[in-house]
Design a protein around this ligand. Structure first.
Ligand code: ADP
Ligand code: MG
Length: 580
């Protein structure tokens, strides 16, 4: 959804409004600055005509003081406007960034499925920067140089309104050029942003997949991919600058032509006598001086359009609906009764159902396991319970007899502790990673106890800083198994009534798995637990095993029951036994 430029201006203005006083001071400063400059030109006429031509000493003796006063005034106004403008611009970019960050944080999982991190990061860093530039630089030129042009026109009209009329003829032509060029600028700017998103996305992929790329000798491929997007980005910039240069030249040619016309008119017999040297100098200086602000004004357009395009891309994200959280129910601790009735589910971006007519009744305190081929929908099912995706009808999944969406999201998710295949660690200490999301930190003894239970302590105890060791970005300092143990510790700390273990021990070797199994079993004892596991030996004790295939339950029962059924599960079990 792309809003009109006017709508975007208005919305941006809404951000400026919170810093109204600073913005007003900035504008006053800019107007003052231009007024000082124009006054200087205006005073040239009396200086020349009265001071020089008529040899008036008083006028001349005042001149130096006037010049100093004007320059001091100009400097003061300049400082005021620049400072206030920088203040407003930085505040706007800060609040845009904050809004984007918070909004992205609260967008549903499905949004993030469809957008790459690089693209979104580029919005937070690059696009907001573009908006700031548009606001500060463009506003500065627009108001200051715009006012300067108006003031200079006033000076010209004051000197000779007849001759100055010529200048007004070109105004509509300039307006048309600016309007046409604006549209093109905006289009190119959007392309630049997209290209920039591609550049970030590509770099991100290279950085994240560095090892894989090396392992598979993909350097050439990645280099070429980056070369392509990098060049597209460059091409857009060239287009932008070419358009800019062209429009500036055309406008300047127009302005200079009208100046030439005026010069012709002045030289005509009737005219030449009616004009004093002061008027002549003022007229010509005004026209000459007008070329620079005119150039800047037509140049600033690109900046402005770039900012508008960036703002549109930011607002598009801000307008994306955040996770629905219309539930009102708040609970401290659920009993943990999960019922799934005739559930079918397809991901928002595809039509193929991943889960079909699935029924499951999970009594409080029971432990179940989901097994099945990869892609059979086990992870999907487990991600529906904490409402990472919404289901239709909403009553298809209930917790303690109440549809999931009737709970406040925060309250609902408080009921789940999830340990999944991909462990995400934050760039913080091991201790803080274990206590992530906890309102009151654990005492040292309690933390140590958890660390021992999850067998984190085993690899932490020899580190010089112990639990206060930093894990590095996304835990790069740790092995897969170590990361999983931290995730398990996190789940122990959360102490939620429902536990979801999605291949939580897949990265552990058989021995560590056995050790952690004990910890997990004591953790699951009085809880509702859903265990997804490949190694069947780890789920033999659960109350019921469900075998999933293409989103349907094809077998269910205890380990023994399923073995006697001699179906898919039994075949799987036999195969794994063979491996051992
Ligand atoms: P399992 O955990 O049993 O290996 P998943 O639940 O992860 O299987 O995946 C089930 C199916 O859903 C797969 O076909 C997979 O391609 C698809 N799928 C998984 N995640 C998404 C997603 N975010 N968007 C669209 N399809 C997905
Ligand atoms: Mg899975």
């Amino acid at each position: 959804m792309q809003h009109s430029a006017t709508h975007t201006y208005k919305r941006l203005l809404g951000y400026v409004k919170s810093y109204k006083s600073a913005a007003i001071v900035a504008i006053i400063g800019m107007l003052g600055y231009s007024a000082m400059d124009a006054t200087f030109v205006w005073l040239m006429q009396p200086f020349i005509d009265e001071g020089l031509t008529e040899r008036n000493n008083t006028v001349l003796s005042w001149a130096p003081y006037v010049v100093i006063a004007l320059v001091i005034g100009r400097g003061t106004f300049n400082f005021l406007s620049s400072y206030c403008l920088a203040y407003v611009g930085s505040q706007v970019v800060r609040s845009l960034r904050q809004d984007l960050f918070v909004h992205m944080l609260n967008l549903p999982v499905s949004f993030h499925d469809n957008h790459s991190n690089g693209e979104l990061i580029s919005k937070i860093t690059f696009d907001t920067e573009q908006v700031q530039q548009a606001i500060t630089k463009a506003l500065l030129v627009l108001v200051r140089e715009g006012a300067y042009v108006v003031f200079l026109l006033m000076v010209m009209f004051n000197a000779s309104w007849k001759l100055s009329l010529i200048f007004l003829v070109i105004t509509p032509i300039v307006a048309v050029i600016v309007a046409v060029v604006s549209k093109r600028f905006r289009k190119i700017s959007r392309n630049i942003q997209n290209a920039m998103g591609d550049v970030t996305r590509c770099s991100e992929q290279m950085l994240a997949g560095h090892k894989v790329i090396h392992g598979f000798n993909g350097q050439q491929q990645e280099t070429e991919r980056f070369g392509r997007v990098n060049n597209i980005n460059r091409l857009q910039r060239v287009k932008m600058d070419a358009t800019k240069a062209l429009s500036v030249s055309v406008i300047q040619i127009l302005a200079a032509s009208s100046m030439a016309v005026i010069l012709v008119l002045i030289s005509m017999p009737g005219m030449i006598d009616s004009i004093t040297s002061g008027t002549f100098v003022t007229l010509i200086s005004s026209m000459m001086l007008m070329l620079r602000p005119l150039k800047q004004l037509s140049n600033v357009n690109s900046e402005l359009q770039r900012g508008i395009a960036a703002a549109q891309s930011i607002f598009a994200v801000l307008d994306t609906e955040i996770e629905k959280d219309n539930g009102t129910l708040e609970i401290a601790k659920a009993k943990g009764h999960i019922e799934i009735k005739d559930l079918s589910f397809a991901y928002p971006n595809s039509l193929d159902p991943v889960i079909t007519n699935l029924n499951l009744d999970l009594k409080p305190g029971t432990n179940i396991a989901l097994v099945g081929r990869s892609g059979s929908g086990k992870s999907t099912l487990s991600s529906l319970l904490p409402r990472f995706y919404d289901v239709e009808p909403s009553s298809a999944i209930t917790l303690d007899g109440i549809p999931l969406c009737d709970y406040k999201l925060r309250s609902l998710r408080q009921q789940f502790a999830i340990v999944s295949q991909q462990v995400v660690l934050f760039n913080d200490t091991i201790a803080n990673n274990i206590m992530y999301g906890l309102e009151t930190p654990l005492s040292d003894e309690a933390l140590m106890d958890v660390a021992k239970k999850a067998h984190v302590w085993e690899f932490v105890k020899d580190l010089p800083l112990g639990l206060n060791t930093l894990v590095g970005e996304d835990g790069v300092m740790l092995s897969g198994g170590q990361r999983q143990r931290i995730a398990i510790a996190r789940a122990i700390v959360k102490d939620a009534p429902i536990l979801i273990l999605d291949e939580a021990t897949s990265a552990l070797d058989t021995e560590s798995e056995k050790l952690i199994q004990n910890a997990l079993e004591s953790l699951m004892r009085d809880k509702t637990a859903i265990i997804i596991a490949h190694r069947l030996s780890t789920i033999e004790q659960v109350d019921c095993i469900y075998v999933l295939d293409k989103g349907r339950i094809i077998e269910q029962g205890t380990h023994q029951e399923l073995l006697t059924q001699n179906g898919t599960y039994a075949a799987l079990a036999k195969m794994q036994q063979g491996e051992n």
